[in-house]
Ligand binder design. Sequence first.
Ligand SMILES: Nc1ncnc2c1ncn2[C@@H]1O[C@H](COP(=O)(O)OP(=O)(O)OP(=O)(O)O)[C@@H](O)[C@H]1O
Length: 575
Amino acid sequence: MLARFLNHHLRPYRGTLVLLVVLQLVQTAATLLLPTLNAQIIDNGVLLGDAGYIWGTGLTMLGVAAVQILTASGAMLLSSRMSAGLGRDLREKVFRRVMTLSAREVDQIGAPSLITRTVNDVGQVQSIVLTTADVAVSAIIMCVGGVALALVQDVPVSMILIALVVIVIAGLTFMLQRLSPFYKAMQSYLDRINHLLREQIIGVRVIRAFVRDQHERGRFDATNGDLHATSRRVGRIMATMPVMVMTVMNVLTIGIIWFSGHRIEDGTMQLGALLALLSYVTLIIVAIIMAMLVFTEAPRAAVSANRVNEVLQAESSIAKPRTPVTKTALRGHLELRGATFGYPGAEKPVLRDVGLTARPGETVAILGSTGSGKSTLLSLALRLYDVTGGQVLINDTDIRDLDPQALHRIVGYVPQKAHLFSGTIASNLRYGKEDATDDELWHALEIAQAAEFVRPLGLDAPISQGGSTVSGGQRQRLAIARALVRRPEIYLLDDCFSALDLGTEARLRAALARELHDATILLVTQRISTVEAASRVVVLEDGQVVGSGTHAELIGTNQTYREIALSQPVGGTVR
Ligand SMILES: Nc1ncnc2c1ncn2[C@@H]1O[C@H](COP(=O)(O)OP(=O)(O)OP(=O)(O)O)[C@@H](O)[C@H]1O
């Protein structure tokens, strides 16, 4: 899996890879040549007392060492460039893919896991590429070259070397296979830690208010403890590797010295050959240990590559239209026709056979008890999810046939939980219309009843991530202003007056009525005072429409509406 993954994603770096292997080959050949030259100096120079030979071969060794240094640093430069490039490419690919996924896939994989995959898992893959290119490639060349040169020195002694290298490689492979499930578990513990951290940092005020610090610390410690325990088990397996490698290699060295001693005594082998063979054994031991350090990370990188690949292969359940409709003849028409929808894994649909129509100039309020499916209904009109039955039509076109760009041009959305991005007030307001002028921003702020608090701060006042530096009510008004700047045909307002006092809400609704007299507004709310002025109210109960009409019509005829209305005090009295 890892090899296939890397083969695919390293395609743009094939040239670099070839150059890197060439440099590693030269570097390793230079390293391996030095013991051979050393053996020659001893046999032909030192033992025969030939100073000229010693000088000549010594200078050659200096030249070889210079080549070795230059090629090694060149290879390191290329490998770090290649791995950094791969990391950048993978993060970009994952980010782009996540941006195309629908809410359904994001829910399924989970936001914390997507973050771990983009940052940590890509980092693991990047790291294995760096160490493989830097260390493992030269280690493999060193092993093969070392064995080949040992064969040149003495075939019978080299056979012992080959047999033991095969035993070490087989033992290492077995151990690496055992590590894979632990690495899988470690990555999912990391997901969980990320999930807990996000939840606890975002919910820190609730934790303090309910004095749940101890409880939350316990939850965090439990997962952190699991990660720690798994890492220790991995560490224990890894700790046996050097023991095995070093034992085998020490036995090998003793065996070579013992066997070679007899052969030198017989006169079938020279002293220089023994010294060269011992140098090769050292080089091969070092190469195997280096490769082992890299390959112990391979199972973890394989798990990470798999997790990254899962995101890259994920297909959005919101299919792109085959022949997208980019222009519609009508403007501002929204219709749900027998719309049915169920969340994945849910026992029953959240919305059943919902029908409603909203036309330009109309404000259709959706009222219903909590959990009745109001926000879900807006999600369908935004195509965050596709209906499982029936249709959503915008300007008489099935939303599934509309070009996504056109859809998002037509529809403006103010979420229930106003979300702002880090930047400034102006950058948030221009989120849907980058070329909006300052005048347009101030106009939107005036209507959203936000100009008063923005004026002393200025449009360039900083906004922190999520908008935590402004109050809930201010955040809601900024989110309304952001939608107004775009001037869409249809506004989907999800309970976005909930944090406003009744006076501000009344002024805002009056300003919206003046400004958006020809727009279509679908307004989710729990407040009767908000729906009184609506052209029509649709009452939802348990995912079904149980009434539709004006406030005056429903108050007398609709039981659910009456119950909600009677439960809400107005001006200190109950209706
Ligand atoms: N992403 C989701 N996955 C699974 N179920 C969900 C999801 N979002 C909402 N639900 C479920 O769908 C039902 C309707 O939720 P929805 O948010 O549409 O209700 P609502 O009427 O807007 O509620 P409220 O007035 O409290 O905001 C609820 O039972 C909720 O548990």
